[in-house]
Design a protein around this ligand. Structure first.
Ligand SMILES: Nc1ncnc2c1ncn2[C@@H]1O[C@H](COP(=O)(O)OS(=O)(=O)O)[C@@H](OP(=O)(O)O)[C@H]1O
Length: 364
């Protein structure tokens, strides 16, 4: 996905005295005596836990061993709560990052070839472009896909992509596919258990149609939405192996994250409210990240042509900015009866999700 924003945004000059050596900006050398191999990581992958360690910038090891969370509870245990994406840097100075969400509980073989690049479609680009306006936030403009597709490249590679940050700044990235990537929670936890995660959720029926609309724009020959959605439509059997459907089973995916992260470390953005009240939703994001409420109503305006809220001034620029053409597409028309069937299908899953996170998103 092409970034809508200007590169990695504003960056401090290399000589900035406040720049945190070895954090995201400089791929620090691994220290063999203190490096460790992540259990389950590809053979030979060293996670240099101390590479970020320097005054004002507690290293990975420090972050990773923070007592804030005792570690992954046994799968299925009552204390297993936690979850998903976005990067952040804790106030203690640990450099965390966000990832995005979506985890393929299914294998890549199952996702392929119908969904080579599943997306969130909830509004992750909007959240990233909005939050990067904040002076205490630095964002990677592209999706690194480190915790899913590029994990073998190693943490040094990931770090080298990141924008330079000051001690006081938070680093964020977004990769929607993390949410449905089975290995992502463990990998992020092993990088830093203090990572703050943001998940943008949207009515799963609308999300599926958005996902399908995007795929159709790239592959006009794919079967109809109706054809892909059901194993047997007359019996109402929904095909949960189709990723456009499966990604919307939020409660299911969330369970993988709750094995590693407490719910308090995960923030859920309503994709619907992000459009109707961007300042309100971004206010909550700022609170969650622990930064000042800089982004307010005055940063947004509703662009009638685009049909969406846009920024009066994008990060690093002075002109108004809306997201690109791939955001806010006109959706494919879907039979009302099919939509009703999918609503029925998702209802119990949505209720389970609301109960798990303690919020009612009112997807009816
Ligand atoms: N301000 C603003 N401008 C444009 N679009 C906005 C905005 N806020 C939220 N959205 C919704 O974001 C949807 C795309 O979601 P993502 O960015 O998560 O998609 S992706 O997974 O990264 O491909 C996109 O979905 P579609 O409308 O289906 O294209 C939009 O509805």
């Amino acid at each position: 996905e092409a970034p809508a924003g200007p590169g990695t945004g504003q960056q401090p000059p290399p000589s900035s005295p406040r720049a945190c050596p070895g954090a995201w900006r400089l791929p620090g050398p691994s220290v063999p005596s203190r490096a460790r191999t992540e259990p389950g990581a590809p053979a030979g992958l060293q996670v240099p836990l101390t590479a970020l360690g320097s005054r004002g910038c507690p290293g990975w090891e420090g972050c990773g061993t923070s007592p804030s969370h005792p570690g992954p509870p046994a799968p299925g245990s009552a204390s297993a709560r936690g979850q998903l994406w976005s990067l952040g840097k804790t106030r203690s100075g640990c450099q965390d990052r966000a990832g995005s969400l979506r985890s393929s509980l299914e294998s890549r073989e199952q996702l392929w070839p119908r969904d080579p690049l599943p997306g969130s479609k909830g509004g992750t680009r909007a959240v990233l472009e909005f939050i990067r306006v904040h002076p205490d936030v630095r964002a990677l403009g592209t999706e690194p896909h480190f915790f899913d597709r590029n994990y073998e490249r190693g943490l040094e590679w990931y770090r080298s992509l990141m924008p330079r940050t000051l001690d006081s700044q938070i680093t964020v990235e977004k990769t929607p596919s993390y949410f449905v990537t089975k290995e992502a929670p463990r990998r992020i936890f092993n990088m830093s258990r203090d990572t703050k995660l943001i998940v943008v959720v949207r009515n799963p029926v609308t999300r599926a149609i958005s996902d399908y609309t995007q795929t159709l724009s790239k592959k006009p020959d794919i079967p109809t939405f109706e054809g892909l959605s059901f194993r047997n439509r007359s019996l109402g059997l929904v095909d949960t192996s189709w990723s456009a459907i499966r990604i919307g089973l939020y409660a299911l995916h969330l369970q993988s994250w709750l094995q590693y992260f407490p719910l308090s470390q995960i923030h859920f953005v309503s994709g619907e409210r992000l459009i109707t009240d961007p300042a309100g939703e971004m206010g909550k994001v700022q609170d969650f990240l622990g930064v000042r409420r800089v982004l307010t109503d005055k940063h947004f305006y509703f662009n009638k042509t685009k049909g969406f809220p846009c920024l009066r001034r994008a990060a690093g620029g002075s002109a108004p900015r809306c997201l690109g053409k791939s955001k806010g597409r006109t959706h494919v028309q879907i039979d009302a009866e099919v939509i009703e069937q999918l609503r029925d299908f998702y209802r119990p899953h949505n209720v389970r999700f609301y109960e798990t996170v303690g919020q009612d998103f009112r997807w009816e």
